[in-house]
Design a protein around this ligand. Structure first.
Ligand code: BG6
Length: 486
């Protein structure tokens, strides 16, 4: 696949995100031939640097999983560093500089602006972009998260950028939506008859959505301490996963219909109650460099939420995320109802579970009961397992590659629209008002014990109990590709 020729203009090119995610993704697209020589990458930065100095300072090799030296050198030739002070720039000179680069690479007039910047300077960057809106060709503008700090600031930001940009030109990134297994939630639900008919309250007992991280805040304390887990992970990634799991079948498979359907989920979220939320902070967080020693910022959040729609009436959705936990993984477990009374000789059937493993080990598992050959009066729960990379190979694109290709193709489905952002912040603002102070938890644990208790009270022993596919009762088997079945 080759994308249309265009110039990619990167704001914040000396930052961490550029080095860790954006440039590695662009390198990979260049290596695959998706990005051609006619797609130069203009890197804006405040420092006085030559392109050679900029490239050297990137130390990009460190951030690439694998690379070919010769292709990497060619990729570096796609980069052009341009010094830019957002508050004080000369429009004519800047236009000339970009024009010269576009001509040298025969890139044409299309422009993709990527704002890898803190939201506080989005407005200034949009002023720069405004200089180019009358050019021929398309232009699209990518905004990194966070999009606002609360509903009010998000609204203000949106109003500011909408003065210059139409909604169709705005791409608000949520990199979780670029992950292969996240994109598969839609496919699983709407391209499989066997799941379509059971995806509702009569069949589903509850849903768990977990993004557990083993790392701490590392060197991002300056940002994180003002944000916390709820704004950093829940408002965007976790609520997006919830939207995909819970959305109604869209009226069509086009971008607008799908975004209409996910937007409606946010509008139907019931405000949480105090007792449905547990926030936590890992021990030692306040000692990290850049963190306020008296900080009450949460590094963990677990909560239960309901969706007020006929499909989901009474079905709890449990969401959890945290830093410095025992394991790094993200998954969704759709746990089906089962007859808790139907126990034979004290051994009860396990519920059916669909596990969507986002990372690591991306894949989908289905737990179901089989007869135990050793003791015919009991059943055993086994996991039929689809391993994505075993089937499709390890080369599925990284989330950022997929995000970038979508923008380059003008495909906006995987980018939250303003109505979604607006409703998600409304939910989060209320959430943060009712939530109590974070409870301390030990590093390497599963979070504050209270978070498990909260949910066990429900009679649903989530996370580490009987329903967890990681539990020893559940044996894993492998789902083979259909082609080998006779
Ligand atoms: C980012 C958050 O959006 O997502 C980080 O700002 C978090 O705090 C990261 O670590 C998690 O992403 P992933 O892809 O590693 O699960």
């Amino acid at each position: 696949m080759i994308v249309e020729k265009h110039m990619l203009v990167l704001f914040g090119s000396t930052g961490d995100l550029t080095r860790r995610k954006i440039l590695p993704a662009l390198y990979s697209l260049f290596e695959k031939g998706t990005l051609t020589r006619q797609c130069p990458i203009v890197c804006f930065g405040r420092q006085e640097l030559t392109t050679e100095e900029f490239v050297k300072g990137l130390d990009l090799e460190k951030y690439l999983k694998k690379y070919d030296q010769e292709i990497l050198l060619r990729f570096f030739r796609q980069l052009q560093y341009v010094r830019l002070d957002l508050r004080n720039f000369d429009s004519a000179t800047l236009k000339q500089q970009l024009h010269r680069i576009a001509t040298a690479y025969q890139a044409g007039a299309n422009k993709l602006f990527y704002l890898a910047l803190p939201p506080g300077v989005f407005g200034q960057a949009v002023n720069v972009i405004q200089q180019f809106v009358d050019d021929d060709g398309w232009y699209r503008v990518v905004f990194e998260k966070p999009f606002g700090q609360d509903r009010q600031s998000a609204q203000k930001l949106n109003d500011e950028i909408r003065k210059v940009l139409d909604e169709e030109q705005i791409y608000r990134v949520d990199h979780y939506l670029g992950k292969e297994l996240v994109q598969n939630i839609f496919t699983l639900r709407f391209h499989n008859e066997i799941f379509k008919w059971v995806w509702h309250k009569d069949a589903i007992d509850h849903v768990q959505i977990i993004a557990s991280e083993s790392l701490g805040v590392e060197d991002r304390a300056g940002y994180y301490d003002k944000s916390g887990a709820v704004r950093d992970m829940v408002q965007n990634h976790l609520l997006q996963l919830l939207s995909l799991v819970a959305m109604e079948p869209p009226s069509g498979y086009d971008e607008q219909s799908i975004r209409d359907a996910t937007g409606k989920v946010m509008q139907k979220l019931r405000p949480v109650k105090k007792d449905d939320v547990v926030l936590g902070q890992y021990e030692g967080y306040v000692d990290a460099k850049g963190v306020d020693p008296h900080s009450t910022t949460e590094t963990f959040a677990a909560f239960r939420v309901f969706i007020d729609s006929p499909r989901w009436q009474g079905v709890p959705f449990y969401l959890k995320t945290g830093k410095k936990l025992n394991e790094r993984y993200a998954d969704i477990k759709v746990v089906f109802k089962h007859d808790r009374e139907l126990c034979r000789q004290g051994d009860c059937d396990q519920p059916n579970v669909i596990v969507i493993r986002i990372q690591p080990d991306d894949g989908i598992g289905i737990a179901f009961n089989v007869r135990s050959p050793e003791n015919e009066s009991i059943t055993e729960s086994v996991l039929m397992d689809f391993c994505h990379h075993c089937y499709f190979g390890p080369n599925t694109p990284e989330a950022y590659e997929s995000i970038l290709v979508n923008v380059m193709q003008g495909e906006a489905t995987v980018f939250p629209r303003w109505d979604w952002i607006d409703a998600s912040w409304t939910f989060i603002d209320q959430f943060l008002v009712v939530a109590e102070q974070p409870l301390l938890y030990t590093k390497g644990s599963t979070g504050p014990v209270e978070s498990n208790e909260l949910l066990i009270q429900d009679g649903r022993n989530w996370l580490h109990g009987e329903m967890s596919p990681e539990s020893s009762k559940l044996k894993r088997s492998v789902l083979r590709p259909l082609s080998v079945l006779r």
